[in-house]
Design a protein around this ligand. Structure first.
Ligand SMILES: C[S@@+](CC[C@H](N)C(=O)[O-])C[C@H]1O[C@@H](n2cnc3c(N)ncnc32)[C@H](O)[C@@H]1O
Length: 280
């Protein structure tokens, strides 16, 4: 006996119930996943709630919902996400860009001189470099990451957006930064401590550890960057680093100890300390 085909409305309702134990936004997640499975927009879904799913559509949608239950994020399952006013492709090898990282892009754009030279360390999917390159075609951006797959993905995201003012380079701590000085050095480095329970939460538990975790209670990457960046400063260079909501004080201390003159903590929209801005 073959099962009755489901309508889209039924599938969305069942998915919402299944996802309510693993997601804070089960209804929206269900819409994104079914929209991806059916290759239709979310608005189309709303207008076609009585659509009878074919067996192939039903299998695709249910498999996405099951993987969401296993802890994969919607962005990874759909293979894309939005950042500010553009969208990027994603793979499970890179971090899903977070809303708080949009703060970093906005801050980075403030007071950028004409034809600024910018270095973005740890570019991942490329969102920060892409945001700056889109907003300021006059600037030249160097985007680095140790992960070859991240660099390839970021490059292809730049290509899709037809950006030509970013140079991508694979390299880790040891790599020499080409360019003597930069006007802005920015990074969203790994800053989560090894045993932080947040690493077990849905979505995060399936993200690449090397993009999230840093030794020394999450501060090692910030320490190394603050020191390394000092070799590439001129009088007006700024350093901009994202950090954890409880790392505001420690991050300012680290950058000041590394020789940066003034530093201040910047808060995100909910008011949490999320970034450190330092100047020469
Ligand atoms: C928190 S993710 C940030 C990704 C992206 N910039 C964003 O904001 O969504 C940190 C990135 O740093 C890279 N990374 C970690 N350790 C590194 C190292 N030693 N050298 C270069 N890149 C590194 C990771 O591969 C990852 O892409």
């Amino acid at each position: 006996m073959t099962a009755e085909p489901l309508t889209l409305r039924q599938a969305l309702l069942e998915s919402r119930i299944r996802l309510s134990s693993c997601s804070d936004s089960p209804a929206i997640d269900a819409e994104w996943l079914w929209s991806h499975a059916l290759r239709r927009s979310r608005v189309w879904l709303m207008a076609h709630s009585e659509w009878l799913l074919t067996p192939a559509e039903q299998a695709r949608g249910e498999s996405l919902v099951s993987r969401r239950q296993e802890g994969y994020s919607v962005a990874h399952l759909c293979g894309e996400c939005e950042f500010l006013d553009f969208s990027v492709r994603l793979t499970p090898q890179v971090l899903v860009p977070r809303p708080e990282t949009e703060l970093l892009a906005e801050q980075a754009l403030r007071g950028l001189p004409r034809r600024a030279r910018i270095l973005e360390w740890g570019t991942g999917s490329g969102v920060l470099a892409l945001a700056l390159a889109l907003a300021r075609p006059d600037c030249r951006i160097l985007a680095l990451d140790q992960s070859r797959t991240a660099i390839k993905l970021a490059q292809s995201n730049a290509l899709r957006l037809r950006l030509t003012n970013i140079r991508f380079m694979q390299g880790d701590w040891r790599c020499r930064w080409p360019g003597s000085t930069f006007d802005l050095i920015l990074a969203n480095p790994p800053y989560v401590a090894l045993h932080d329970p947040h690493l077990q939460s849905p979505g995060v538990c399936r993200e690449p550890r090397h993009a999230l975790v840093a030794p020394v209670r999450g501060t090692q990457a910030i320490r190394i960057l603050a020191v390394k960046a000092r070799r590439h400063v001129h009088r007006r260079t700024r350093l901009l680093l994202e950090h954890g909501a409880d790392q505001g004080d420690v991050c300012r201390k680290i950058v000041e100890r590394a020789g940066w003159g003034r530093s201040k903590t910047l808060a995100d929209l909910p008011g949490l300390p999320r970034a450190c801005l330092a100047s020469h």
